[in-house]
Write a protein that binds this ligand. Structure first.
Ligand SMILES: Cc1cc2nc3c(=O)[nH]c(=O)nc-3n(C[C@H](O)[C@H](O)[C@H](O)COP(=O)(O)OP(=O)(O)OC[C@H]3O[C@@H](n4cnc5c(N)ncnc54)[C@H](O)[C@@H]3O)c2cc1C
Length: 447
């Protein structure tokens, strides 16, 4: 009997794990809760980064390999349990990502107009399960925005909110998103970091783009770029920070742009302390901070209120537990050794992990390839040892899903959606138009 493995999640780590397993002659079922594959490549990577989004074309070719199936619209932990998968397959690889958001933990965070970047990103990429704030109602009255956080996701959010209609018109965003963004009267976007420019985690290419937008002027306070002793010693070892600093120093020397429709203001050493508003956000208090000689962040007590109508927190993604699987609540990952899921000191028979839920939300798409290949190497070593067998003879997953009335979508269903999205895009001179309603995805996928 050929070896059969279930991969839970069709993001990059799941697809790279499947590809590596196929290389070893193992049959793979890739299971995803969504009717369409590729995880954050579709529902995270910014729609205006078409070249990065085109990674999905490379991932898509994996469906053409013999021995792989896609089971979309199947939620593990609800429609089928990990225990059931372990019983029916020789092994299970968990690659279900880390999609929950982190909070700031300050007053006013639950006001309307205080949102998580995870929500804004899910909305503008057309995630079919998006149930967050009603941005179509919210954004047409937003003039001033504060984005809290200085990673690449924060930069994506600032860029998407600051781009002109014509810059966004080339993307694959759903129609309603494009039309809402075109109506948003945004004039000013603050990008706020608690620490300094050297500690920011954005990369230079993404940062530089903020200074190249059609209608937006970029500003940064030159005083924020004067390095304290801790930052000065850190930057000597940090090439990305050195390049970032150079980009921002060049911004400081730029003349004002009287033609600009909006301003992006990058500010460091600002810690949000309170979000103001009665039933909607009207302002954000930020306290000036500095780094002491030990590199500890310290408040100065100097507080300034920024008048804003939207606060977007972009302070990280985090993994969540899967029923029946060990979880490390401090690191929000599944404890593992070389990809083998660990319960205390013991590896759980036939259970593996890769991607963000293995190592946390860090790295670029390519990082997941190395990570998944590493996990598959452990799995193959266990096959060599002869220790992987299905635990018992049980009904196959198709039978289980049928009995529970769960309709799964295969790769041919996804290809129908893909063709439909491309056709709609062609009509509008765009690469594709993302279909965002689950029912419609299901109807096209099943049809
Ligand atoms: C906003 C944003 C922008 C990014 N931009 C870039 C970029 O420009 N360039 C870059 O290199 N990297 C970027 N990244 C990082 C990149 O997207 C991640 O490294 C990568 O997607 C992580 O892969 P993953 O497979 O571990 O998780 P994911 O991509 O999250 O995939 C997890 C999959 O598991 C599925 N799933 C979850 N729970 C279940 C369940 N219970 N049952 C079944 N299926 C389930 C999900 O639907 C999803 O398809 C970005 C990330 C974010 C959040």
């Amino acid at each position: 009997m050929s070896m059969r493995v279930a991969v839970v999640g069709s993001g990059p780590s799941g697809m790279y794990a499947a590809d590596a397993l196929l290389d070893h002659g193992v049959s793979v079922d890739v299971i995803d809760q969504l009717p369409v594959p590729f995880g954050l490549v579709r529902y995270g990577v910014a729609p205006d980064h078409e070249s990065i989004r085109s990674v999905r074309d490379t991932l898509d070719q994996i469906w053409d390999r013999p021995g792989i199936r896609f089971l979309g619209n199947v939620t593990v932990g609800k429609d089928v349990s990990v225990e059931e998968l372990r019983a029916g397959y020789h092994a299970v690889v968990l690659t279900y990502g880390a999609s929950a958001d982190r909070r700031l933990g300050i007053d006013g965070e639950d006001l309307s107009g205080s949102v998580a970047a995870t929500d804004l990103v899910a909305w503008y990429t057309g995630h079919p399960d998006y149930r967050g704030p009603d941005f179509d109602a919210l954004l047409p009255s937003v003039r001033r925005v504060a984005v809290v956080g200085v990673g690449n996701v924060a930069v994506d959010v600032v860029r998407v909110l600051s781009k002109s209609v014509s810059e966004l018109a080339q993307t694959d965003m759903p129609d309603h998103v494009l039309s809402t963004l075109a109506r948003a009267p945004i004039e000013h976007v603050h990008l706020l970091g608690r620490r300094g420019p050297v500690q920011a985690s954005f990369t230079t290419k993404e940062l530089r783009e903020l200074g190249e937008l059609e209608e937006a002027e970029i500003r940064v306070d030159p005083a924020d770029l004067n390095l304290d002793p801790v930052s000065a010693s850190e930057i000597a070892e940090n090439k990305v920070a050195t390049r970032n600093l150079k980009v921002m120093q060049e911004w400081c020397e730029r003349p004002a742009r009287p033609d600009a429709q909006r301003t992006i203001e990058v500010a460091f050493f600002r810690r949000p302390t309170t979000i103001h508003g009665v039933d909607h956000v009207t302002g954000l208090d930020v306290e000036r901070t500095h780094l002491d000689l030990e590199g500890q962040l310290t408040g100065t007590g100097q507080v300034e209120e920024l008048p804003v109508d939207l606060v977007v927190r972009s302070v990280g993604y985090r993994g969540t537990a899967m029923p029946g699987v060990p979880f490390d609540p401090d690191r929000n990952v599944i404890p593992n050794r070389d990809g083998r899921v660990m319960e205390g000191d013991h590896a759980i028979h036939g259970l593996y992990v890769a991607g963000w839920i293995k190592r946390g939300p860090t790295g670029i798409i390519g990082t997941n390839k190395k990570c998944a290949v590493g996990t598959v190497a452990s799995l193959m070593a266990d096959i060599e040892e002869g220790i992987l067998t299905p635990q018992e003879e049980v009904a196959g997953i198709d039978e289980v899903l049928r009995a529970r009335g769960v309709r799964s979508i295969g790769s041919s269903g996804w290809r129908s959606v893909d063709a439909q999205e491309r056709a709609r895009g062609e009509n509008q001179g765009r690469p594709r138009v993302t279909i965002h309603e689950r029912d419609e995805l299901m109807a096209i996928g099943a049809g």
